[in-house]
Write a new protein. Structure first.
Length: 122
């Protein structure tokens, strides 16, 4: 995929089935993190609240929700049992998206994790 300047352009270049799944994930992230800003980093959409919060992307056979935290993946491991995961990443098929409540809880956990990191840095 060619480099893109914004999330809408990125999504326009994704196959229709993956685009629909990622647009849904995008809306869920924005609902869970009011005030989040979007950018492209490392070629994929990144959502920031001050610093990077979560990201998402499309691969040939799946979509990915980049949680950017192995701690968050571990915290939700029982709910993620049916998904392919690695430290910081959840992979899902476009026709089997992540449950909206789970996305909201993961985003909330990442907001709390980033706040705790910022507090320790003060």
């Amino acid at each position: 995929m060619a480099a893109t300047a914004d999330v809408d352009t990125y999504l326009a270049g994704v196959p229709a089935e993956q685009r629909a799944a990622l647009e849904t994930l995008r809306a869920q992230i924005k609902a869970a993190a009011p005030g989040v800003t979007e950018t492209i980093s490392y070629g994929v959409p990144v959502f920031k609240l001050g610093k990077s919060l979560v990201s998402m992307g499309a691969a040939k056979a799946h979509c990915a929700f980049y949680v950017m935290s192995s701690t968050a993946i571990e915290a939700f491991s029982s709910e993620l049992a049916g998904y392919s995961t690695s430290p910081g990443t959840i992979r899902f098929k476009p026709d089997a998206p992540l449950p909206p409540g789970l996305v909201a809880r993961i985003v909330a956990a990442r907001i709390a994790e980033n706040a705790a990191t910022a507090a320790r840095a003060r």
